[in-house]
Design a protein around this ligand. Sequence first.
Ligand code: CUA
Length: 345
Amino acid sequence: MMVAAPAGRALLAAGVLAVAGCAGNGSQSALDTAGSHADRIASLWWVFLWVCAAVYVVVIAALLYGVWRRSGRGEAVVVDPDPASEATRRTVVSTAVGLTIVVVVALTAASYLTDRALATDGADDPSAVRIKLTGHQWWWQVVYDDPVAARQVTTANEIHIPVGRAAIIQLQSSDVIHSFWVPNLNGKQDLIPGRNTNTIRVRPERIGTFRGQCAEFCGAQHANMAMLVHVDSADDFDKWRDGQLASAAEPADDESRRGRDVFLSSSCVLCHTVRGIGAGGRAGPDLTHVASRETLAAATIPNTTGHLAAWIADPQRIKEGVHMPSNGLDPEDLQALLAYLRTLE
Ligand code: CUA
């Protein structure tokens, strides 16, 4: 027992440190909440943690007490025939059983109530932003619904939503099952091919950028199927959305113009859309405003000219198995194409 106490303390310390680490400020942390749904889940999590920790401490204390009482007595265990201690034992066991039932029922009720609250939170927000999210191996297509078709916005891998308003995200998949998970904002929900009725809601309460991750194994690059959720102020969101509505900027110099021609005359145009130049490929992300995004390849690499060049030249090297083929562009064409893509803000 002298060994168990320091070991137990070390375990507890490690546990507290781990929890403190999770609770610290972090993108992709379910305990550093930034939305009402995540708040509810985190509260439930803390209730479970402390109740289970208390139960654990009581059980271990009872065990240690039993061992301590027995220590020193060498004889075999015999039931104490004394009726008084028999009655005490009965009381202790009945109390323990009763408390166990109370704890289990209370935790079940807390879980049920949280689930119900999650199911309705944000459902009646008339100002909710509606997004259609489609999972692809291995990227996310994001379409902002609007009653006016011309005001629909299509982008990829980065979602912008306004703070304080609900976002209702309809989930669907074009190939296999994926799962939407932005821990700072809510729990997980699957994107299932052939079933486009799954939705998840988030209601962000804090401006910031939060990382999300596909949470259902979906093939070789499942781990590199991430996304960024930018929670903007109302003004910033409106500005962003208006910017996304615009067609691609007209290239201002010869090199960018040449880059646009490279885009239109090479295999890029078969898979990617750039609105306004007659490029309507649908197999890959919409690139009309690709330069306005922070990352490339579903949050795999930062969106810099160098990374973009490496990605176009040999995507398989960065994301093996990705459906984008390598491009045998000659260096000057690649430079021009890069210059053009950097103008697409
Ligand atoms: Cu998509 Cu895992």
